[in-house]
Write a protein that binds this ligand. Structure first.
Ligand code: XUL
Ligand code: CO
Length: 435
């Protein structure tokens, strides 16, 4: 331990009755849920940016947090890595995630920035070897520096497009070298502020071309994790192109990438897009593109991305219900793209934010497993669609019956369909038995 977290013990599972705030009450890594250890189900990851690089700013005020590793030198970056791996160890989270900019200082040139990243990657490699930590995903920050203000791949300036390609290459290389399980692309500036200066057609072609190049390069270097796109409707762009799961799927189909690229779904982004989290998860599962989760709660009133640690167990239960239904994560995991509040100044706050989030997810997972094992929801849903098993229904579905045949069927049988209850209250009460 380097000192920053040295007063904080390693968090252990003590069970629901424990009064120890530095203990898990529900997250018990070895407990078996539906045939799999909880740790292997949940695959928790700590996000480097919020926990180690975020200074506590909001749209109206700057830095509130003070950390000994804040600063733009390699020495600071090494101290940050030491503190980060201390936190990983305290939490016992098996994975972490990072952007290039979170972990290394920006150099005076692109080559210098790459050299800084390489040096940190070597340090990460040693620390991962020593601790058993794994990388859930790496990514490029192509939204903070002013060069990205008009987009990265969708920039009107081809030089920025080139710089984005070079940046993506360096971050894919770093992720590959560290054995990352996935590579994420979130395009915060891939969108626009005003249509008055924006050529939508060109920008979509550019985004598609860049994604094709990323997929080509991934195969070339033998990176076998999936590329994940993280949808978000807006912020910082007024309109972001990767609006939601449905929009991303349309984009992937357009460029023939629907079998190559999946999605990283963030709870808060789903809310901003006007969806429920479980809608986005269920849709991704249904389209065969579910990849991973950024598990941070959004404030329902604020209208912007508050990135809070999850603590709403019923919401977690419905989310993990979808995850379990699709067979669980493969390469994906539960990344806390979550930050403490800007008034939460102490090292304990950072630890307890994660502890609470991990416990909320564990409770959600256990409730979801109990719901699935009970099977009540699925049988009630199946019953609702049971009519589709009938011979005429099958002919309509297969296309054997077109509109004329349907008209003939209705006329000859004198059909008069009667509405049936959707039973929502009954279903909500059923869910409440488990949470
Ligand atoms: C921004 C966001 C990002 C991505 C990675 O809202 O969620 O942190 O997860 O770039
Ligand atoms: Co995110």
């Amino acid at each position: 331990m380097t000192g920053y977290f040295s007063d904080i013990p390693k968090i252990q599972y003590e069970g629901p009755e424990s009064d120890n705030e530095f203990a898990f009450r529900h997250y018990n890594p070895d407990e078996v849920v539906m045939g799999k250890r909880m740790e292997d189900h949940l695959r928790f990851a700590v996000a480097y940016w919020h926990s180690f690089a975020w200074p506590g700013g909001d749209p109206f005020g700057g830095q509130t947090l003070e950390r000994p590793w804040f600063g733009e030198t390699m020495e600071h970056a090494r101290a940050k890595a030491d503190a980060a791996f201390d936190l990983f160890e305290i939490l016992g989270a098996p994975f972490f995630c990072f952007h290039d900019l979170d972990v290394r200082p920006e150099g005076e040139s692109f080559a210098k920035s790459c050299a800084n990243l390489d040096a940190i990657v070597d340090i990460f490699g040693e620390k991962m070897e020593a601790t058993g930590m794994k990388l859930l995903w790496g990514t490029a920050n192509m939204f903070t520096h002013r060069r990205w203000m008009s987009g990265a791949a969708t920039n009107p300036d081809p030089d920025v497009f080139a710089y984005a390609g070079a940046t993506l290459k360096s971050c894919l290389d770093a992720t590959h070298k560290l054995g990352g399980a996935n590579y994420v692309m979130w395009g915060g500036r891939e969108g626009y502020e005003t249509l008055l200066n924006t050529d939508l057609t060109r920008e979509a072609e550019q985004a598609g071309r860049m994604l094709l190049s990323v997929v080509d390069y991934k195969h070339k270097i033998g990176f076998d994790g999936p590329i994940l796109i993280e949808p978000k409707p807006q912020e910082p762009s007024k309109h972001q192109y990767d609006y939601d799961v449905a929009t991303v799927y349309g984009f992937l189909k357009r460029f023939g990438l629907e079998n190559e690229v999946k999605v990283n779904i963030e709870q808060g982004h789903a809310i901003l897009a006007g969806h429920s989290f479980e809608h986005e998860l269920a849709l991704a599962a249904s389209l065969g593109i579910f990849g991973s989760i950024d598990m941070n709660r959004n404030d329902y009133q604020s209208g912007w991305d508050t990135d809070q640690f999850p603590n709403n167990v019923p919401e977690m239960a419905l989310a993990f219900y979808e995850v379990l239904k699709v067979g669980g994560y493969t390469t994906g995991g539960t990344n806390f793209d979550a930050k403490i509040r800007r008034q939460s100044l102490d090292p304990e706050d950072l630890v307890l934010g994660h502890v609470g989030g991990m416990d909320a997810c564990a409770r959600g997972l256990k409730a979801a497993a109990a719901m699935l094992e009970d099977g009540g929801l699925e049988s009630m849903r199946d019953a609702r669609y049971a009519g589709w098993e009938g011979p005429e229904a099958q002919k309509m579905l297969s296309g054997e019956y077109g509109l004329e045949e349907m008209a003939h069927y209705v006329e000859t049988t004198g059909l008069d369909p009667q509405p049936k209850s959707g039973r929502q209250e009954r279903l909500e009460n059923w869910v409440n038995k488990f949470v």
